[in-house]
Design a protein around this ligand. Sequence first.
Ligand code: UD1
Ligand code: UDP
Length: 364
Amino acid sequence: MKILCVIGTRPEAIKMAPIIMALKKEPWANVRVLATAQHRHMLDQVNQFFDIHPDIDLNIMRPNQTLTALTARLLFELDNVLHTEKPDVVLIQGDTTTVMTVALACFYHHIPIGHVEAGLRTWDIQSPFPEEANRVIAGKLTRWHFAPTESSRQNLLKEGIANSQIFVTGNTVIDALLITASQDLEHNISVDPTKKLVLVTSHRRENFGEPFRNICRALRTLAERNPHIQFLYPVHPNPNIKEIAYQFLDKLPNFTLCEPLDYAPFIAAMKQAYLILTDSGGVQEEAPALGKPVLVLREETERPEAVEMGVVKLVGSSYEQIVKETQHLLDDEIAYQAMAKGVSPYGDGKSAERIVAVLKQSFS
Ligand code: UD1
Ligand code: UDP
């Protein structure tokens, strides 16, 4: 069976890597890897870490790409790839433009899709933008829905997907994390090990503009009020984020801005962190497994499980709220410990194994 695994951005590569590695051990599977390269450097560093060598690379990324141009270029290129490759199955992961366009192109070519991390929903098509629309569209066109949790399965059932097409597997992000976190990790960023570290990431399109400025203002206030705390922010290369982050946060004595960290060094930074502020999906899933409290810089989340467990809290993009909630966790040891439980609702490290087993059974 010819299985084409598609990766476009950093998180897709991280979460697809355990599946590619597991499939490569299976004699019945002819695994091919397609990199759309919606991300360039951030994708390449993950592939290097997991020793994944794409068979096809569309090299699609352009600086400050628009959604429309990216979508159009991808659809055009995918037509050729699917025509030449003729895979039996295509695996996609998550909710990026790569995922939505590959789903549509496969539909046009009558090729069945397995969607990894299926069924995440906020039920607001505008938020996160454009990811909610991407995953709804991909979901409509999917044959095998690999849902990370029971609540994502329920979301799919609510949309009328047949139960027989849904498989609760856990999230492969935890497979990747467990493979990585057990290694000797270093991040090579100069931070004082005796001081508390607050780790920050942010890149969401719905935060572009004023919400992201508010986030940066709040971070600046927190750094100024807490000179004994260190802040580390590996900045996403999207120019809509990078320019503003440096404008607001550069040159504060206890605030380090840096390029995105490679995956293993980033896990090392998470392990060292006292607290994490992020709007990332993947980080919301990883941090609870490492026992790190997370404040989410978004108004909603499609990952309610960790919020319900009390280890992740939504704080949105309001200046006052971010300052108040962060300061509370820095000052109140009891409140902090209540969120630092080390529980993971997202998986046990065996998600890739389960996904491979479903595919094997479907084709035997
Ligand atoms: C994309 C996904 C988002 C995902 C995020 C993960 C879409 C619409 N968005 O957002 O769902 O959460 O990736 O990080 O699919 N850039 C570089 N080098 C890189 C990567 C990006 O310079 O290696 C810059 C480029 O200027 C690029 C821009 O970032 O044009 C935006 O990249 P894009 O993939 O369109 O959006 P992200 O904001 O990264
Ligand atoms: N990550 C990384 N380096 C960084 C920041 C994040 O390797 O500097 C990893 C992180 O461990 C997680 C993934 O990137 O697995 C999340 O990607 P991102 O936040 O870009 O996208 P999202 O998950 O929000 O789609």
